[in-house]
Design a protein around this ligand. Structure first.
Ligand SMILES: [Zn+2]
Length: 240
């Protein structure tokens, strides 16, 4: 008999916060067992070829707290996406969808009107338009967000406002440096204001707790009791 021998797929079923989840087991020529979170937000257990399945299963089951933590941390990270910058492509601004309207012009300008983000650039190729749109988000961030940061900072602290910067970033919505400077991702301008406020409060809370500990989340929760809902709404793409 000629046939292809396919090893049966191995998987471990776990419960994370009462949500059932399948962890795929990948056999590899390796010495240790490790769990990885994939880009698709699923877990994979990479196991040595000869490790008994029972042992793999026990290890995966013992890691559910860690998996929950990793997942909730990742949930606040942007999903990198390749966006289209052609005329008519859909883009987001303050939580609303708009069509991109490209206008040839020698000087850059961008504004929102009639359900369109109108961008004028001298070259209409995607790279140039992407750059122009980044410029638009940066300008809007500089115009709108300092006031939000001041508002939430006043509610949380009685000290000097930290240094605030804006930058287009691929892998995070915001960051808080050890010296207290806060950087916000200009891609945030794609999200709605309540969601942007959540990211601002999250970063401001890092001025007190430099981790994602329960004390950190308690502080965020004291300022924004519905922060979890806002965090879940942080689904706008972050690509450029
Ligand atoms: Zn954080």
């Amino acid at each position: 008999m000629i046939g292809l021998h396919v090893a049966p797929e191995e998987a471990v079923q776990v419960q994370l916060d009462d949500v059932p989840l399948t962890v795929r087991v990948i056999r590899q020529a390796r010495k240790t067992l490790a769990i990885h979170l994939t880009r698709k937000m699923t877990f994979e257990a990479r196991a040595p070829l000869r490790m008994p399945f029972g042992e793999v299963e026990r290890y995966v089951q013992s890691q559910t707290d860690w998996m929950t933590k990793v997942l909730s941390k990742r949930a606040a990270l942007p999903e990198a996406q390749k966006l289209s910058y052609r005329d008519g492509a859909v883009h987001w601004f303050l939580g609303e969808q708009y069509r991109l309207k490209l206008l040839p012009a020698t000087r850059f300008f961008a504004h929102v009107s009639d359900g369109e983000i109108r961008v004028a650039v001298n070259k209409l190729d995607e790279a140039s338009v992407s750059k122009a749109l980044q410029k638009f988000y940066l300008r809007e961030a500089e115009m709108r967000l300092p006031e939000r940061v001041r508002f939430w900072h006043r509610r949380m602290y009685q000290r000097e406002l930290p240094e605030l910067k804006f930058r287009a970033m691929r892998s995070r919505w915001g960051s808080c440096a050890a010296h207290g400077g806060i950087t916000l991702n200009t891609c945030l301008l794609r999200a709605s204001l309540p969601v942007i406020d959540y990211v601002i409060v999250h970063e401001l809370a890092h001025l007190t707790h430099f981790d994602h500990s329960p004390r950190f989340h308690a502080l965020v929760g004291a300022v924004l009791p519905d922060w979890k809902t806002r965090q879940k709404q942080l689904t706008v793409p972050c690509g450029f």
